[in-house]
Design a protein around this ligand. Sequence first.
Ligand code: MN
Length: 229
Amino acid sequence: MQDFVIPAAAPAAVPVAGGGRFPVRRIFCVGRNYAEHTREMGGDPDREEPFFFTKPADAVLTGDADMPYPPMTGALHHEMELVVAIGAGGAEIAEQAALGHVWGYAAGLDMTRRDLQGEAKKAGRPWDMGKGFDHAAPIGEIAPAARIGHPARGRIALTVNGAVRQGSDLSRMIWSVPEVIAYLSRYVALAPGDLIFTGTPEGVAAVGRGDVLSGEIEGVGRVRTRIHP
Ligand code: MN
């Protein structure tokens, strides 16, 4: 725009399988959406409502690019997740109508500075610096729902240097994609371009410089990054 007083940043975007790019507006994430991960983080999967946090849109890291090891942490953790790409916005979306708002799906990594997140939890402070740092959202190509449908089951797995670290099934999510969209859209009006990271299964752990992370979700796609040596 002509009247911006400094140059405006280009919108963050994620490549689409088959061509084109999906412009990212915001990134929402669900906390604790698989029972075994909820337990490993000290929570009770039977009692907790879904809750949400965010990352900046420009935290997306695409094209299998290396992820720089972030500053201010000694505990960079991986969280392998199904990502929902919203194509049509809305507030107070009904669960039965929710999938009509989805443009596509991708495999993504909710990278976490676990030590900073842990300190924030103890002090009752926001998670932002544990979750919303630069390059904290490696993501693979977005597969259009028009092509792959709406996956409610299928293997979700992550290997680090070829060894399986996380392995589960989408059917084990506590809150389904339609339920997540319905809940989240009560708090904010969803908009085209929003991404929702839907939570990680158990097995989260630390990675270090040079480690290669390779994730796959059956019927959806892959995500890959190497922590820069
Ligand atoms: Mn997560």
